[in-house]
Design a protein around this ligand. Sequence first.
Ligand SMILES: *Cc1c(COP(=O)(O)O)cnc(C)c1O
Length: 373
Amino acid sequence: MKPKIWLSSPHMSGNELPYIQQAFDSNWVAPLGPNVNGFEIDLQSYLEEGRHVAALASGTSALHLSLILLGVKNGDEVICQSKTFSASANPIVYQGATPVFVDSEKETWNMCPVQLEIAIKDRILKGSKPKAIIAVHLYGMPYKVEEINEVASKYDIPIIEDSAESLGSIYKGQKCGTFGDFSILSFNGNKIITTSGGGALVTRTLKQKEKAVFLATQARDNAPHYLHSHIGYNYRMSNVVAGIGRGQMTILDSHVAKRRSNHEFYVNALKNINNIVFLHEPEGYFSNRWLSCILLKSKSIREGLRLALEKENIESRPLWKPMHQQPVFKDAPQYLNGVSDELFDKGLCLPSGSNLSNAERDRIVTTIKLYFN
Ligand SMILES: *Cc1c(COP(=O)(O)O)cnc(C)c1O
């Protein structure tokens, strides 16, 4: 059996271990310490725009805290992009609220502004104005920021920007992770940079960050004994894994460049196969190309190709199954136009890691070409 080629695997720079060593040498083996503060400052400088960053245990916990900070509670409704990973939607249910799923448009595969407005109007008509909108930059491609913002501000609904897959992506000169009222990042093992597991909440004010850190550290009020006037969470990032994050920040830009070069490589190598369609960057969009995705002519061709790759020990994956198709969310209100269903049927993510070798890329392309011959 040929060696496995993964979809997206961790890629260390060699700069991580000294930060971890420091954590051990100074005994900051705790969910606070110099690496946590340093990683937050690294992210703030990277994102610019004067944003504040709270390093957390995961992207999911960052989404959960942003819903809490926006006052989402039992019985509320929150709009969520249907085409996404389940972690975008699950925290809505943690709060006892109901997700309302909105379909995608074809240019970026992200939330469709037209469907969004239809959904908001209809929810208001039915007596419940949505409390927040969770919009996702899927696979690193920015969503239509201006169009989504315009609808959100027309109805005065805050946006939670799910940037878990889009650190390093840029929309019209501004970095993804700075567009939402709150934004979230993920450093899970498969993301563009990783801390093995981790995430961050990006806020517009220092006060919001402090509130998030307070809630993330069991909501301990200021007293010599443990005093609690709020329900707290254990959501802070460990100082050990924050050390991995500090090391990873040193090579973020080169990881983005490598992932973009993977995408370009696939586009060039497969351009003569007219069965394959790529997602192109609209004017002003810069995608980190976290995952390189292709669309095939039909579900059966997609599935055939996936199995052909699997036979060669190459991992690929259909595009995210939309949330409105998930058994667990089958009763949730949904506003659909058919786009995300079609993407799920015809789309495939190809191996996209920043650590893919030229030989591995050649193996992948050879397998795809063979399948189409
Ligand atoms: C990975 C991911 C998350 C969750 O991040 P975790 O750090 O794994 O909790 C949320 N949304 C999207 C779109 C993701 O891809």
